[in-house]
Design a protein around this ligand. Structure first.
Ligand code: F2R
Ligand code: MG
Ligand code: MG
Length: 349
């Protein structure tokens, strides 16, 4: 489809769910042989094995809250979104949430709470979380708002409901920007895509909160920009090992160690790779490669899935994969509603 087509919206939302569901198998594993990844993915094709449904985790649970809130309120409403996060957590606390964010979600359910951003500010002795929980649910912001400044502003505010450290919420901004650009077809020119992300993040990270957090955490002045430069260097190499990707970009639970990694997975898998089956298309390659990195596999595959899905569209997603993933059908339907909201907004309606 063309820029911002329905197929791209569906691709983004459904592939994010798939990444989460299939990635759950390996979350936290230090080493994941590609053979095990392919075995896991092949088993999704085999209906006779009765694999059952792969359940989604906190990544999708929170993204669904974001989607429902944006659709119901026809825009960003922090009170409504916070309420939905709290309600979802209390209804299904066993979705594998981060150990810190649970405190925020419990506080958000209090009727006495006047500032919905306060519980997030209190995390980690007032430093706030730098986890990737804001980024893992950021894709819907790119699917609701056509305007780039809105995408940046609302992805940031949406993340700040749980992640007040700039290394947490700026990861969400980067993820939403990547989905926004991919939706416009920007991955057709990968070098320009990464340059554009760097240019945007130069501006996003040009503030005192970022400088101060970066100093405290002993990171570069503009941590995400620095990582995106590493992504560009790795892209330019003809061969790169999984070990090098992990050591340069990371595969962990921090937004800084997972959002640039997810972006690299998408870029690296734009073309066929020796380690991946020849019959795999780009979307399948991206998901498989994300899982083979180990570490925070559900979240890296979820974020890479959203960016790749916005590029390849829904037609690139195997039906058999969709059938085994909890929430994939809902994502397919909600993508259509987001597509309408996006195009209403772009017409000024
Ligand atoms: N949590 C997981 N997976 C591991 C456990 C799964 C579960 N217990 C099970 O066994 O089933 N996955 C999910 O969490 C990640 C998103 O986490 P989020 O929402 O960012 O949470 P949190 O708690 O805010 O941050 C995560 C951890 O990062 C460290 N951290 C963050 N900020 C910190 C700071 N300022 N100082 C020190 N440490 C900080 C802490 O260890 C936090 O617990 C996704 O992977 C999702 O899939
Ligand atoms: Mg998860
Ligand atoms: Mg995870």
């Amino acid at each position: 489809g063309g820029p911002a087509s329905l197929s791209r919206f569906r691709g983004a939302l459904v592939a994010a769910v798939l990444g989460d569901c299939v990635g759950g198998e390996f979350e936290g594993a230090e080493e994941v042989p590609m053979e095990s990844v392919l075995q896991h993915l092949n088993s999704l094709d085999d209906e006779t094995k009765g694999n059952g449904i792969l359940e989604y985790s906190d990544d999708t649970a929170m993204a669904r809250c974001v989607v429902q809130s944006l659709l119901t309120r026809t825009g960003f409403d922090e009170q409504d979104m916070a309420r939905r996060f709290a309600k979802e957590y209390s209804a299904s606390p066993g979705r594998g949430y981060g150990s810190g964010v649970i405190q925020v979600l419990k506080k958000l359910s209090s009727p006495q709470l006047s500032d919905v951003y306060q519980p997030a500010r209190d995390q980690f002795n007032g430093r706030g979380s730098f986890g990737n929980g804001g980024a893992m649910r950021a894709a819907p912001f790119a699917l609701a708002f056509p305007d780039l400044d809105d995408v940046k502003r609302f992805a940031r505010l949406g993340a700040m409901l749980t992640h007040s450290c700039s290394l947490g919420y700026n990861g969400a901004v980067l993820q939403a920007l990547a989905v926004h650009l991919s939706l416009q077809g920007a991955l057709d020119l990968p070098q320009q895509f990464i340059s554009r992300l760097i240019t945007e993040m130069e501006e996003v990270e040009d503030d005192e909160a970022t400088r101060s957090d970066a100093r405290i955490l002993k990171e570069a002045d503009k941590p995400f920009c620095e990582r995106l430069h590493r992504v560009r260097d790795l892209m330019d190499r003809s061969k790169v090992s999984i070990e090098e990707v992990i050591s340069e970009l990371g595969n962990g639970i921090a937004a800084l160690h997972s959002v640039p990694t997810a972006i690299f997975c998408v870029l690296h898998c734009l073309q066929p790779r020796e380690c991946l089956p020849e019959n795999y298309g780009g979307l399948e390659r991206t998901i498989a490669y994300s899982l083979a990195l180990g570490g925070d596999t559900d979240t890296i595959a979820c974020m890479a899935g959203a960016i790749a899905g916005a590029h390849y569209g829904i037609e690139a997603i195997p039906q058999s994969w969709m059938k085994c993933c909890e929430g994939a059908e809902d994502a397919h339907m909600n993508a259509e509603r987001l597509h309408m909201l996006y195009h209403q907004s772009s017409q000024g309606g």
